[in-house]
Design a protein around this ligand. Sequence first.
Ligand code: ARG
Length: 465
Amino acid sequence: MSNRMWGGRFAAGPDAIMEEINASIDFDKKMYKQDIAGSKAHVRMLAKQGIVTQEDAEKIQGGLDTILSEIEEGKFQFSRALEDIHMNIEARLAELIGPAAGRLHTGRSRNDQVATDFRLWVRDAVDDIDGQLTTLLNTLSRKAETHAADIMPGFTHLQSAQPVTFGHHMMAYVEMFARDRSRIRDARARMNECPLGSAALAGTSFPLDRAMTAAELGFDRPTANSLDGVSDRDYVLEVLADASICAMHLSRLAEEIVLWCSAQFKFIELSDKFSTGSSIMPQKKNPDAAELVRAKTGRIYGALHALLVMMKGLPLTYSKDMQEDKEQAFDALPNLSLALAAMNGMIDDMVLNTKVLKKAAGSGYATATDLADWCVRVLNVPFRDAHHITGALVGMAVQKNVELHRLSLEEMQSVEPRITDDVYSVLSVDKSVRSRESYGGTSPVNVRKQARRWLKQLEKETASK
Ligand code: ARG
């Protein structure tokens, strides 16, 4: 049998392989809600414009409501022969209400229909991610406030560099995730145009009110060019690009968590809720959630790459290639949401070993820069010379296998005779972090200020919702 939705000119039905490669229903049924919302908005507009009768429009809307509950109750029979969610729903509508169902597709094509449904789906996913990023910003800022004065080693090249505060480290991620949130908000604003009414590609001769359907579906306006309306997939690409950057940030933090809770670092303790045990080594507590957050990055980048490659050679307008866009986004975006939720739980629950962190902060000559700065300030030598003096002192400490503050004044003076007792006042990690009060620096005062600024801002956002 040829397809009952488009089979007018076909004598024979498709080969089984054709059906298999062509059908998208197995995955695009995820968009049933968006498809029904789009159809309801479309038919309301058709009735208002006098393109279909009020009576038919009501029948169609009633039928669509029935279909919605059938799907939600798991009673709907999806059929591969009907290819996709659009035709599955329309065919069922015909069974339910008869010939009036055929009027729904007036002034519309599956090309603008799928473009609309998918935009709505991506927009919902973006709103979920936005909410999850907001929660994470909150959790990180609270953690930062709690640990504004707890000292840890700051690293470059994964070598102990200078002491910083744990709160400062958390606030660095607040900045990163805040940019992620602002990026997806930008993408949301740009994508919020409605392609419905572009029809197959050229627009339609029916007097549609595209502004009305756009408004009903929560879009800011209709898309301005029908060719672009059916063939644009920038919205999902942009969101996947933003998702990729966010996944990269999550992965860096996840990697730090993996390091921090290792026996070698012992900086933090992950809660039992976000770790697993080993089936053979009873002593182990593995940071699986962090590892999986790190791993999710691969499929999210993969989705972006797959879609960019899929789109790059397509002439305008719609080509069936584009059907491949959905599985990528359906996989990548919920996985990003999951990774954000898991990260939020880990951060919320983790416990710091503040003593270990502080001790580690003091090792590796982490206050060498403070010593050099002291030479500049007190001895009034140029920084390059101070760097040289400090280097010699570090060399001496390495040779004697002691920390910097364990060098005696005589030993220090053997390198630079003008050094005084006062130098010891800058060699402690507490003094070091407290002194870094320059804007954006790691001092506890700064960190507290930044964390509170964010918490207030986030509170204001929720209050105004
Ligand atoms: N299932 C199709 C997709 O996801 C819907 C659009 C089909 N349009 C067409 N002209 N065959 O892209």
